[in-house]
Design a protein around this ligand. Structure first.
Ligand SMILES: Cc1cc2nc3c(=O)[nH]c(=O)nc-3n(C[C@H](O)[C@H](O)[C@H](O)COP(=O)(O)O)c2cc1C
Length: 388
């Protein structure tokens, strides 16, 4: 197998250059080959000409793309995987690599009627000065991941991975203490680039259709966005009674709720994440959430969890949302079975479960320890055949 490495660092006197060498060694030791574009060394031109902008911005396939761009595109289409190795500069790739995407991801190659090959693997190996906690504090890590996997590599590789080697700033001790370990990791990444990932290689028997919008009489079920933070916090995420009812922690501030929603939003990059914001059409409020929080891709079933804010309970919203999601589970995702569970003392949930037509399967005894005593977990399910 052949990997195309897009390498981008201005200096050989850098840790990133060692990461590149360790990665290549691993790749070679596993019997694979590679080609490389060292963007600074080859002085890859990163500024778009006006002519290039007019071609891309107006979705034209003329004029023919420049020779240096064509050469990069040919390297991609002659490879089985693409690997990006670069240092983080201002929470992004160096401008040179950003410019590489501007020019190489052209209309008619990477978008429009694509001629870019669907690659087996895309790996982003970036080297960050900050330690992981610093990268997570304001969502920088998520934003870098979203741009690389959710946009640049999206639908262009069968399997994508974003891996950060963190804490490599010359100012921090970690750079030296983790030096060998980090290079070993880079070596392993090279060695295992083409080793099938057990998770993704499992036979999958459901559709990766993700969280698509569902409209019911009074509700809109859609993906979360950051405009939901305030109402999600107010109605459920920040409310102890609601969160406790389905075993979730309380998010005490809008900032903590935002972090939770960002996690959900990043999750949408996978087509196997099915989690909806429950929006009351009349008010536009995010009154709750509903999800297949546990999905078995191979065994073909999903388990529902949901919550509805206190002020919106008793109106049949939970039943309306659950029925819609059951339908989506069978008809869109292709589940064989949809299950749901609740504590014996949760009368409201039991009522919803009954109204949705679930069949009782059994109770796992003393499953939860709450408020000083044990409680069981009741399981209910529907099979695809019974939902026809
Ligand atoms: C202009 C510039 C901007 C940088 N911005 C960030 C940043 O936003 N986040 C970060 O974690 N590190 C940042 N760094 C640190 C680099 O990622 C640094 O190059 C990294 O520690 C890799 O080490 P190396 O340059 O020896 O390969 C920046 C470095 C430079 C030169």
């Amino acid at each position: 197998m052949k990997a195309f490495i897009v390498y981008c660092h201005p200096s050989e006197d850098s840790f990133t250059s060692h990461v590149r060498d360790a990665f290549i060694k691993g790749l070679e030791d596993s019997g694979n080959e590679y080609i490389i574009s060292d963007l600074y060394k080859m002085d890859f031109k990163t500024d778009m000409t006006e002519e290039e902008y007019l071609r891309e911005g107006f979705y034209r396939d003329t004029p023919i793309v420049a020779g240096d761009v064509l050469a990069e595109q040919e390297k991609i289409n002659s490879s089985d995987a693409i690997v990006f190795i670069y240092p983080v500069f201002w929470t992004e790739a160096p401008a040179k690599l950003v410019g590489w995407f501007d020019r190489v991801w052209t209309y008619g190659f990477a978008y429009g009627t694509k001629t870019m090959k669907m690659l087996e693997k895309g790996l982003v190996l970036c080297v960050a000065g900050k330690a992981a906690e610093g990268l997570e504090e304001f969502g920088q890590l998520d934003s870098m991941k979203t741009v690389m996997l959710g946009d640049r590599l999206f639908n262009r590789v069968k399997q994508a991975e974003f891996f950060v080697i963190d804490g490599t700033s010359r100012k921090i001790e970690l750079r030296n203490t983790r030096w060998d370990q980090n290079l070993k990791t880079a070596y392993e990444k090279g060695k295992t680039l083409f080793v099938p990932n057990e998770e993704t290689e499992k036979p999958v028997r459901i559709e990766a259709c993700g969280t698509q919008e569902i409209e019911t009489e009074r509700l809109l079920l859609r993906q979360f966005n950051l405009d939901d933070v305030d109402s999600a916090f107010r109605n459920w995420a920040g409310v102890e009674e609601i969160q406790d009812s389905y075993g979730e922690p309380v998010y005490e501030t809008p900032e903590k709720t935002e972090k939770l929603l960002r996690k959900y939003i990043i999750g949408y990059l996978s087509g196997y994440k099915y989690r909806w914001a429950v929006i009351e059409k009349e008010s536009g409020e995010c009154i709750g959430q509903i999800a297949f929080y546990h999905v078995e891709t191979q065994n073909c079933w999903g388990e529902i969890e949901y919550c509805i804010g206190k002020a919106f309970q008793g109106k049949g919203y939970a039943t309306e949302a659950t029925k819609a999601v059951i339908d989506y589970g069978f008809k869109k995702i292709g589940f064989h079975k949809v299950q749901i569970s609740c504590r014996p003392g949760n009368i409201q949930s039991k009522r919803v479960i009954e109204k949705c037509g679930f069949e009782y399967e059994g109770t796992l005894r003393d499953f939860f320890y709450r408020n000083g005593k044990y409680e069981g977990r009741m399981y209910f399910s529907l099979l695809a055949d019974s939902n026809k």
